[in-house]
Design a protein around this ligand. Structure first.
Ligand code: SF4
Ligand code: SF4
Length: 288
């Protein structure tokens, strides 16, 4: 068990005890706070940044679950929270006051409640790979307790340089948000050289569970992205790798006001992208 004084912590935004959309089977999903991308279609913008202590949410919480220290630090009392989300709606800084700094052991205590009913855990974000030491500690404990360990990542962390993390990671769900560097920059504010290198590296070592692309035609060339990503990974499929391609329909729910008017792709467009992949040789393509 960790000595609490020495233990690495990570800022946990929320823990969903049962999730069937964050990897294979029933899983507990752990969402960490903070992201190094700024995706225009982000559906959870409140996970991107950290509280600056403006106090706006403290005044609007209807349940008295938030308070502020004289130094301006926001305190959260989970026992009083009624999960109304007023705080994240009023926050203008893409933050949340409901963040708990937790050690790996703290998280595992929450996981063990439902351990007999889950196949594993998935850590998402924000961007979970901003906390590699925490991930290693968490996954080491979880694997010893017979749980599979998945990462949901934007691909900005060079996984090939962290063999210790890869040794305790069963598989990764990786976003390819756009294929061309220009489109990726326009969509996320960041380049994609490491993302694409990660896709190939993870496919090579058999730890690429799923590629995810949010189909937002106003932001990037969706056909080029799906075709190029599909072709890039095809050699690994042909060598026997099992990789799913998940095509996610852009929808404006949860998206920041200034980006809400982007076009939603039609069902025909989504089916066309799926056929592009299946014609190429992909046999596991999912549209959500
Ligand atoms: S969470 Fe947002 S609204 Fe609340 S105090 Fe922090 S910065 Fe202000
Ligand atoms: S969700 Fe936020 S505003 Fe609502 S009760 Fe909880 S802390 Fe307060």
């Amino acid at each position: 068990m960790n000595n609490r004084l020495d233990a690495v912590t990570a800022p946990v935004n929320k823990i969903i005890r049962f999730s069937s959309v964050d990897g294979p089977g029933n899983r507990t999903a752990i969402f960490l706070q903070g992201c190094n991308f700024d995706c225009r279609y982000c559906h959870n913008p409140e996970t991107r940044r950290f509280c600056i202590g403006c106090g706006k949410c403290v005044k609007t919480c209807p349940a008295g679950a938030l308070s502020q220290t004289p130094e301006g630090q926001v305190r959260f009392d989970p026992a009083k929270c009624v999960s109304c989300d007023t705080c994240i709606k009023v926050c203008e800084h893409d933050a949340s006051p409901r963040i708990c700094e937790m050690t790996a052991e703290d998280v595992m205590k929450e996981v063990r409640w439902q351990q007999p009913y889950i196949r594993g855990i998935t850590v998402s974000g924000g961007e979970c790979s901003l906390h590699p030491r925490f991930l290693k500690e968490l996954f080491e404990i979880a694997q010893k307790e017979a749980l599979t360990c998945f990462l949901d990542s934007n691909g900005s962390y060079d996984f090939s340089k962290d063999p210790e993390l890869m040794a305790v990671t069963d598989s990764v769900m990786l976003d390819i948000k756009a294929f061309s560097p220009e489109d990726h920059l326009n969509t996320t504010g960041a380049g994609n050289k490491t993302v694409l290198a990660n896709a190939k590296y993870l496919a090579e070592i058999g730890k690429l569970f799923e590629i995810r692309t949010v189909v937002a035609p106003d932001l990037f060339d969706v056909t080029e992205t799906v075709r190029c990503a599909g072709e890039m990974l095809l050699p690994y499929l042909q060598k026997g790798a099992k990789i799913r391609y998940k095509l996610i329909t852009y929808r404006p729910m949860g998206v920041r006001e200034k980006y809400r008017n982007m076009r939603i792709p039609t069902e025909e467009e989504m089916m066309g992208l799926k056929m592009l992949l299946t014609d190429m040789g992909w046999d596991d393509v999912v549209i959500t």
